[in-house]
Write a protein that binds this ligand. Structure first.
Ligand code: SF4
Ligand code: SF4
Ligand code: SF4
Length: 310
């Protein structure tokens, strides 16, 4: 039996769709079993009919709906709601869909602040105005998908590793449980840990004189957090290494930035990371700011514009 799949991208950069294509030859195997009935990255399918004859947005019905990107404007909301109506199972693909992702950093500002900055104070043409004709209105903030519609399956990652995309689709097709990990990046990291750091102050990555030689085996490299570098591994969900399990940034000797979102689905990467720093003996006041600890998970009300006293 062929399974029909519809895919949509909302407030997305298309990296998650590229992860689907990055399955490589495995995509051919999937294509033997599924029929993509709607996938804008590959096929043209007009929301309002091929000649614009419909007055209401409509998408084809599908067994599985894959949605990447968060929800930032009224069009995203309308598409998400139509996907939910038309698809039996909804997969939130990528950290933008599961936790807001990078675009939800804008949640630190009110819409009028963002528009003013973009169109006036930092524009090369401060006389221009925000276009309104045919442009969907912004919602108040960038939302994760499950803030507007029920979601059945969460596949975080910026982007998710193609092995995970394949594993999830294969499991769905087999009717098997999804191969979801319940671990942090640290749980899959081979670096050497001594249990406590030797620095009480954070070091800036670019200023660190030596944190791991390129030819040093990873299991001989000291944990980056214990070296005083801001590595978000303790509070970030594992999986970015795919089947190989080795975290991608650590493999490149770069601290984890947290792109898989919180280790626990409803975790708060900022609060948990501040706790991890403190328990590693690092003075959290040596962090220049903490908003960026939520750079991948600012939806669900985690990031909000500061209250303005009148
Ligand atoms: S999760 Fe990352 S790759 Fe996917 S749409 Fe968002 S920014 Fe792009
Ligand atoms: S903090 Fe970073 S370097 Fe240290 S174990 Fe965790 S992921 Fe590895
Ligand atoms: S190590 Fe962290 S930031 Fe790097 S790819 Fe993995 S989850 Fe993302």
């Amino acid at each position: 039996m062929t399974v029909s799949v519809a895919s949509e991208w909302l407030n997305a950069c298309s990296g998650c769709e590229i992860a689907i294509v990055d399955m490589g030859e495995r995509l051919l195997k999937i294509l033997e079993l599924v029929e993509f009935v709607h996938i804008p990255v590959l096929m043209d399918n007009k929301y309002y009919g091929q000649t614009g004859e419909r007055h209401q947005l409509r998408l084809p019905a599908a067994d599985v709906g894959i949605i990447s990107g968060g929800v930032r404007n009224e069009e995203h909301l309308e598409v998400a709601e139509e996907m939910r109506r038309q698809c039996q199972t909804i997969i939130a693909l990528g950290t933008c869909a599961t936790h807001g992702g990078i675009p939800a950093l804008s949640n630190s500002y009110a819409n009028d602040q963002i528009v003013d900055r973009y169109y006036h104070t930092e524009s090369t043409d401060p006389t221009q105005e925000l276009p309104h004709d045919g442009v969907p209105a912004l919602l108040e903030g960038c939302k994760a998908l499950d803030e507007v519609i029920p979601v059945d399956v969460y596949l975080p990652g910026c982007p998710p590793h193609p092995d995970q995309v394949f594993g999830a689709l294969a499991a769905l097709l087999d009717g098997a449980p999804l191969p979801l990990r319940d671990k942090s990046v640290c749980d899959t990291c081979p670096t050497s840990r001594e249990g406590k750091g030797r620095l009480a102050q954070m070091r800036r990555f670019l200023h660190a004189p030596k944190y791991g030689a390129a030819d040093e085996p990873l299991d001989k490299m000291r944990c980056l957090l214990e070296q005083g570098l801001l590595c978000m591994g303790p509070v970030t969900r594992a999986g970015c290494g795919g089947d190989a399990a080795l975290p991608r940034c650590i493999k490149a000797r770069v601290p984890c930035r947290g792109c898989y979102g919180p280790a626990k689905p409803d975790g708060n990467q900022r609060m948990e990371m501040l706790g991890a720093l403190a328990s590693n003996g690092i003075d959290i006041t040596s962090l220049p700011e903490s908003t960026s600890l939520l750079r991948f998970s600012g939806a669900h009300g985690r990031l909000r514009p500061p209250l303005v006293r009148k």
